[in-house]
Ligand binder design. Sequence first.
Ligand code: SF4
Length: 293
Amino acid sequence: MHFTGTVYRNPYWPTWPLLEITQGCTHNKCKFCTMYRDVPFRTSPMEWIEDDLRELAKTDPDARTIQLLSANPLVLSYGKLAPILEMINKYLPKMEYVYLAGRVTDLKNKTVDELKKLKELGMREISLGVESGDDWTLDRINKGYHAAGILEQCRKLEEAGIDYWMTFLNGVAGKEHSREHAINSATIFSQCKPMLVGTGGLTLFPGTPLLEEAERGEFTPLSEKEMLEELKLFVENLTCDCSFITHHTVSGVNLTGPNFLARKEKIVAALDREIKQGDLDHMAAIRANKRSL
Ligand code: SF4
């Protein structure tokens, strides 16, 4: 199998095998991310992809799911993605679900009709690393799109019937804009129909522009308590009928699971308890030991 650099897979997708169809990230400019800094974006040659599928046809001929790599294989045009999906179906004829991640902007080069055809070929679930629905924050972290673009592109997925995830990056607006980041993100996410909203917490990794800005006093990171307060504000304002995942572990309550709206009050109450009584030093120690997103 061809794999380039560090392989990141979505830990919540129960999918196997992995197939690299692109390397790196087309954007590679988000101020908090180092994941693909040393891996230039490239589309895998079709011969590599076919070699890997031949191998998978021997080792995993009954595969029903597959996760496409790397950061944003969704960026490939319909004309490039469709033949890859056709090849996957040829070598793995029981394939049902093709999962892939992407940026909001990766949908711009596809029409709704093309997305429908890609769904027929197996592209059933997409994870969008949205991070924020607040324009100030999106500019601040250099995401390369605004809230209006999120709404426009998510509508296309809804029309095409493709399930999608949206991520919220807790803490990424710093103290300067935490409240607006939480409320405006929840407002924009709530106008979409994601099957799942996932939240991760910002860690400032060495080599990131955001850490350098923090060291120069231009970005003020949130404390663990402020992270929880921001997450609570986001959850309070989120009205999507979706599943919900958070990296925050709160003692005694599982915040992650389906039926977000039915569980929302419990999640808010658990976050509130954690803000008042949680072991915030322990949370800070866990964050300090993280080595990548
Ligand atoms: S966060 Fe995602 S889009 Fe941004 S640079 Fe990292 S991999 Fe690319």
